[in-house]
Structures are given as structure tokens and as C-alpha cells.
Design a protein around this ligand. Structure first.
Ligand code: G6P
Length: 376
């Protein structure tokens, strides 16, 4: 391939470290100090965004997890109904589609067969039911792709070429674009105050630095990854937007280390997974300083009481670390609702990468997986 590996052992490692720059490139020309430029979505965007009554996000794999984070953001920050669905489900059921739905198709490659078929399904439905208010927006990393060709609007992530099969910088830049979409919709529909917009814009400007700070934890995370040398299972826990981040962590660990991993919203622990907890199953918890922290802490006590080994990613100002049986990475301070999931995910990427090194797998080309799944 024409992309140089440079000092890095793997493309995945290189791509993890490219994330500050990928965010800068994705924001370029689309944001000012305190505003998001709606016009960056194209000349018709403002008019279309005004009429949108609900969002329906469709994607696969890691891109689907970006959609899941967005559902929390959309409903919480601007109060716009939002649903998320994997493309292979959407395309084979008979969905009820309401007029004035904005479909958001997220795909790094723009070539994933299921996502593309879902878009064709939407286009067909719109024609048959004569619903002019339905619009599709593709969020892609590849400009000249099938998805960008067939969607009504396209917004590119400027992550640069991603070679590692497991997606890293694409996910991060997808979330950046989705934050821009959320802010644009909120602004046009007057669901977002100027102050709020300026806070989001400011947070996105700070993001490259927050990511750099997260990357500085690599050594510490590498040490912790030793714990996985003889493990076959892992459980990721999070609440709120950290639940999809937990899912993404579990997916990454499965993909590149072949360790069986699951993710649960921490509140569901008692409804099943608690039965699995013992010293052979590490539990990874994502614990930002937010309104759910106290609830999460009591979930972690339940794990501790059953002899589970805990790895906690928490805010510098939190105090979970006082618990001796926990390994804690104290990271990201001052992250907001938009920047937190993006920043914590970086720490999980590093963890999964280092676990894969210990397991000796083919990090960039995991067995049985493809970068872009263009067949059914
Ligand atoms: C494959 C890749 C994943 C990716 C998914 C969706 O499974 O291995 O990393 O998240 O496809 O790909 P897309 O290009 O549509 O984002």
C-alpha cells in the first residue's frame, strides 16, 4: 500500500495516533470559535433541516456504534427523536417510515453492502409512498463511493485512508461529524441556545488536545494489558453514551485479540451477566464524572463483591481509585457531553491494541474479517 507505516508497528497504532490531526482535518472550514456552519452540509441543508421531525441512523459495525452515541446526544441535547438500526436488520424488515425523516447512513468505506441496500430500500419506499420529506445523508470517509453517489446529501469525514481493518480514526471523525449535524439541526430548529452552540464548538476545538492527553496514557495502559495474557473473556460496562463506547471497546477487543468480550449498560448487570463474574473475567468500566457516576460505582461494588478484576477508566477528579482491588487509569479531565465518549474511546483503543500485541494476533488483518464487507 502507498500509505507509509513510519515508526509504527501496525497501521492500527499509526491510525490511533493520527486522531488529533484527523479531527482537525474534519473540523476544517466547518466551524468557527463559537459556531457550527450549517452551510457546510450543502446549499439545501438549512431548508431540509428545518423540516426534519425525526432522525433514523443506519450503519454496521463500528459505524453503528457512532450512531448509538448520537441517539443519546440527539434526544438529550436537542430533543429530536432519533433511532439507530443495523443495516442488515433494516433492509430485511418492513419498516414504517414517517415523512420528514432524515436518514443518516454512516459508513467509513461507503461500500458496505447492507448499508447500501438499506439506502436503496429507503429510496424505493419514498417513491412508492410518495413521501417527499424523506432525505438521506451519508457520512463517509471515501468521497467517490457508492453510498455518496446514491444519497441525497453527503458529508465527508476527513480521517484520511484507514488501513487497519478495525476502525479507529474513522469512528472518532464520524462522531465529530455527527456532533456537527446535531448542532446544525439544533440551531436551524431553534432547539439549541447560542451559549450551548458555543460550548459545543469550543469543546470540539479542544478535542485534538484532549485526544493527545488520552494518548499519553499509553504506557500505563500497556502495563494493564498484561492482565489479559491468560484471559479468554472480558466484560465492558458503561452508562449513557459510555454504553455504546463499551460496545465499541468489546467489538475492538473481539476483532483484534480474539478474546470473547461483551458490553452491558451497567444497570443491566444484575439481569444476567453478574452470574459470569469471577476472577477469570476482567471487567472494564468507563466512569466519567457525570450524573451517573454514583450509580456506576454501586454496580462496580457488585462486581468487586464477586471477586471480579476491575479496570476503571475514570476522571482525574473521581475517587474510585481509593478501592484497592481496582486498576485505575485516571484520565480525561474537563470533558463535556460531546467530547467525553470520544476521549474515553481512545483509551479503550489503546487497551485493545496492547492486549492484541500480547496475544500475538494479526492486528491489522484479523482472521476472518474484511475492511469493507461488500458482499452479503
Ligand atoms: C467491517 C469492518 C468494520 C466496520 C464495518 C462497517 O466489519 O471490519 O471496521 O466498522 O465493516 O464498515 P463501514 O465502511 O460501512 O463503516
Amino acid at each position: 500500500t502507498s500509505v507509509e507505516l513510519g515508526e509504527h508497528r501496525h497501521y492500527m497504532h499509526k491510525e490511533i495516533f493520527e486522531q488529533p490531526q484527523a479531527v482537525i482535518d474534519t473540523l476544517e472550514g466547518r466551524i468557527t470559535q463559537d459556531q457550527v456552519l450549517v452551510s457546510s452540509f450543502g446549499p439545501k441543508a438549512e431548508q431540509i433541516f428545518k423540516t426534519v421531525e425525526q432522525i433514523h441512523i443506519i450503519a454496521c459495525g463500528t459505524s453503528y456504534h457512532a450512531g448509538m452515541v448520537t441517539k443519546y446526544w440527539m434526544e438529550d441535547i436537542i430533543g429530536l427523536p432519533c433511532q439507530v438500526e443495523v443495516a442488515s436488520e433494516f433492509r430485511y424488515r418492513n419498516p414504517v417510515i414517517l415523512d420528514n425523516t432524515l436518514f443518516v447512513m454512516i459508513s467509513q468505506s461507503g461500500e458496505t453492502a447492507d448499508t447500501l441496500a438499506a439506502l436503496h430500500q429507503i429510496n424505493h419506499y419514498r417513491k412508492v409512498h410518495d413521501l417527499d420529506g424523506i432525505t438521506s445523508l451519508s457520512i463517509c470517509n471515501v468521497a467517490e463511493s457508492s453510498l455518496t453517489r446514491d444519497a441525497d446529501m453527503t458529508y465527508l469525514t476527513h480521517a484520511g485512508p484507514e488501513i487497519g481493518v478495525a476502525s479507529t480514526k474513522s469512528f472518532t471523525t464520524q462522531l465529530v461529524v455527527l456532533a456537527l449535524l446535531l448542532t446544525s439541526l439544533g440551531k436551524v430548529q431553534k432547539r439549541l441556545s447560542k451559549e450551548r452552540e458555543s460550548m459545543i464548538a469550543g469543546g470540539l476545538q479542544k478535542l485534538p488536545n484532549l485526544i493527545r492527553m488520552a494518548l499519553e496514557h499509553e504506557e500505563e495502559i500497556r502495563d494493564i494489558s498484561q492482565l489479559f495474557a491468560d484471559k479468554q473473556h472480558a466484560l465492558f460496562l458503561g452508562r449513557g453514551t459510555m454504553f455504546p463506547i463499551a460496545l465499541e471497546g468489546a467489538l475492538k477487543l473481539k476483532e483484534i485479540s480474539y478474546i470473547h468480550a461483551e458490553a452491558y449498560p451497567a444497570g443491566e448487570l444484575k439481569h444476567g451477566p453478574l452470574a459470569l463474574i469471577d476472577e477469570t473475567m476482567p471487567v472494564i468500566a468507563i466512569a466519567p464524572l457525570d450524573d451517573l457516576l454514583e450509580k456506576l460505582k454501586s454496580n462496580l461494588q457488585e462486581v468487586k463483591a464477586r471477586g471480579g478484576q476491575m479496570i476503571v477508566f475514570e476522571d482525574e477528579r473521581s475517587d474510585i481509585s481509593s478501592e484497592t482491588s481496582f486498576k485505575v487509569v485516571k484520565a480525561t479531565t474537563n470533558v463535556g457531553r460531546i467530547t467525553a465518549p470520544i476521549t474515553y474511546n481512545i483509551l479503550l483503543q489503546l487497551l485493545c491494541y496492547h492486549v492484541a500485541l500480547i496475544k500475538g494476533t494479526d492486528v491489522d488483518q484479523p482472521r476472518n474479517l474484511a475492511k469493507s464487507v461488500t458482499v452479503e
